[in-house]
Design a binder for this molecule. Structure first.
Ligand SMILES: [Zn+2]
Length: 296
């Protein structure tokens, strides 16, 4: 009888041991799996925003660049080359940066985006009167002062690049200074340095307010890919595509200079001077991401 019970006890102990060992193995494996999952999640979180100062203005204000992602296809977005006269293009760029911070997975793995939100910070300061990042609330009611279009040397920066450069150029009916040579202005030099270092696949400039997407060209004409991205952004955003700007002669524009060195560039002109027209531009940006998703 004792023998029978002790056998039973041994069996129960063995059974408990088996359950114990089984559970141990089961949970250990699960625990072992767990870190792998979290590593995947960390990898999907994708990137840290990289901030760089790529130059400084005539009055010594930083020209900042913010880079998102690690893909080999690098696309740059530039706001505010016409400073405070087009302050809404700077606010659009800030909004895009916030959007990328909040929605990192919108960026395809192969794409790196750099945003240079304020390419003419002295011109912004002239109108907005604020250093660094600003909001709608900082812009005065009469915030359309055309003087804010130029840098602190009164140069129209989008006439200071090396494409058909002349010392004087035009803006609407006006003669504007284009600097003493191509790239005489530190703001233009900052963009030049960024481009030669990073060799972006395409550059998008935000301006206001002609309500259109323009292609770009210099002596060699329009690059085929420029036509593609103009149409892509235009179709998604609703801004009308315009191949050649012919309202008046423009020399020394940044987009033309990029065309001359075989980098597709488009100019997106918002419809107004006061609104960032976010949903239209987000649609344009997403369409470009889709376009470049499989690009090498
Ligand atoms: Zn402009």
């Amino acid at each position: 009888m004792n023998n029978f019970f002790s056998k039973k006890i041994i069996l129960v102990i063995l059974l408990l041991l088996a359950i114990g060992i089984g559970s141990f193995i089961f949970f250990t494996l699960r625990v072992h799996d767990a870190p792998d999952l979290s590593v995947d999640l960390v990898e999907q979180k994708v990137f840290e925003t990289k901030h760089e100062v790529i130059g400084s203005s005539v009055e010594g204000r930083n020209i900042d660049a913010y880079t998102y992602g690690n893909g080999e296809t690098h696309i740059a977005f530039v706001g505010g080359i016409h400073g405070g006269y087009e302050w809404n293009s700077v606010l659009l760029a800030y909004k895009f940066m916030d959007y990328l911070d909040d929605n990192p997975d919108v960026l395809p793995k192969n794409i790196t985006v750099t945003v240079i939100p304020s390419a003419n910070p002295d011109g912004v300061y002239k109108v907005v009167g604020k250093e660094g990042r600003f909001t709608f609330a900082d812009v005065p009611d009469d915030g359309l002062a055309s003087a804010g279009r130029f840098n602190a040397n009164d140069v129209d920066l989008n006439r200071n690049f090396d494409c058909k450069w002349k010392p004087e150029s035009t803006w609407k009916g006006n003669i504007v200074s284009a600097g003493s040579t191509a790239f005489s202005e530190p703001e233009a030099k900052a963009l030049q340095g960024f481009v030669s270092k990073n060799k972006p696949k395409a550059v998008i400039f935000w301006h206001s307010q002609s309500n259109a997407v323009y292609a770009s060209e210099c002596e060699k004409g329009i690059l085929p890919e420029t036509i593609d991205i103009m149409n892509t952004y235009s179709f998604a955003s609703g801004y009308q595509p315009v191949k050649s700007f012919d309202a008046y002669e423009i020399t020394g524009d940044a987009e033309g200079w990029l065309a001359s060195i075989n980098i597709p560039a488009i100019t997106v002109e918002l419809k107004t001077h006061e609104d960032i027209e976010w949903s239209k531009n987000l649609a344009g940006i997403k369409a470009l991401f889709e376009y470049y998703k499989n690009a090498k």
